[in-house]
Design a protein around this ligand. Structure first.
Ligand code: C2E
Ligand code: MG
Ligand code: MG
Length: 274
């Protein structure tokens, strides 16, 4: 900090930091109203079991259409939403909207699943089970058409509490996906008992998969682990044909990535014109 000439002695912020703090406050205020004002929207990224086969589902990814700042990506507002607790309203909205969309697709004959994120706060929330149950009921969806994604760090933060929540979700019949797998600190002992149905290998390991022998070793170990524990293994961030072939050879169960489909608004989702 710099020494201030003002009568309070010290200031911890320089003027530019003050501007940032103000901007931050403004963002929190805007975010507070984003749900009510209907400024949130979802993009959907297709998911494949067989890259040559049909779409099997979609991952819902939130965006914020800010009135002045344009389209804001989740990495630029989810952390703030998480810190302020606003994430609960956001994730509830996402869950409801994604279920509504899936219902519409299923009514059109698409036997797809929908993947929806649970933030750490949402995951630990006392109302979670009831919220999920009523979303399924409201949209008349079979529980196993909903995949809830929680990150590895969320799942492992408090393993005993996680186990209880995951067990309840499992009893409800929804599927659990451990997102960004490989970036957290999984206890293999817990992983063995975790009622999850899939592990989603973090994009960071896929990027250099074909060139980097260490990444290749990690990915192949995760796939072997998944097979041994009877967990489905999903790779995200597949951008090249070489990555796709490499993953298929290793026996990866499902794929997502720009190669196969970008996240897009529901109206542009592929495979709906037939
Ligand atoms: P994630 O769940 O790991 O999602 C994957 C991210 O990678 C998405 O970014 C997606 O657009 C991007 N992606 C997909 N395929 C490719 C590819 O081939 N190459 C590259 N480079 N990127 C790819 P996005 O949409 O910006 O989301 C970022 C993160 O924000 C997500 O990571 C997720 O953790 C979080 N998020 C997104 N939607 C929600 C939500 O509704 N609620 C909560 N709590 N978090 C969300
Ligand atoms: Mg995800
Ligand atoms: Mg990820």
């Amino acid at each position: 900090y710099r020494k201030d000439t003002g009568r309070n002695g010290y200031s911890f912020f320089d003027p530019s930091m003050n501007a940032n703090a103000e901007e931050h406050l403004q963002m929190v205020q805007d975010l507070r109203q984003a749900v009510e004002k209907g400024e949130l929207l979802l993009h959907y990224q297709p998911r494949f079991d067989d890259p040559e086969g049909p779409i099997r589902g979609a991952e819902a990814l939130v965006r914020w259409q800010h009135p002045h700042r344009g389209l804001i990506q989740p990495d630029d507002f989810i952390p703030t939403a998480e810190k302020t607790g606003l994430i609960i309203d956001i994730d509830n909205w996402v869950l409801d909207e994604a279920c509504r969309q899936l219902k519409q697709w299923r009514d059109q004959g698409r036997d797809w699943t929908i993947s929806v994120h649970l933030s750490p706060l949402q995951f630990a929330h006392a109302d979670l089970i009831q919220t999920v149950r009523s979303a399924l009921k409201r949209h008349e969806l079979p529980p196993n058409s909903l995949i809830l994604e929680i990150t590895e760090s969320t799942a492992m933060r408090n393993v005993d509490a996680s186990m209880v929540i995951l067990k309840q979700l499992d009893d409800l019949g929804v599927k659990i996906s451990i997102d960004d797998f490989g970036t957290g600190y999984s206890s293999l002992l817990y992983l063995k008992r975790l009622p999850a149905s899939e592990l989603k290998i973090d994009r960071g390991f896929i990027k250099e998969l074909v060139r980097d022998t260490e990444d290749a070793a990690i990915v192949s170990a995760i796939i072997a682990l998944g097979k041994a524990l009877q967990l489905k293994i999903v790779a995200e961030g597949v951008e090249t044909r070489a990555q796709q072939e490499f993953l298929s050879e290793l026996g990866c169960d499902a794929l997502q990535g720009y190669l196969l489909g970008h996240p897009v608004p529901a109206a542009e989702f592929p495979g709906l014109d037939t």
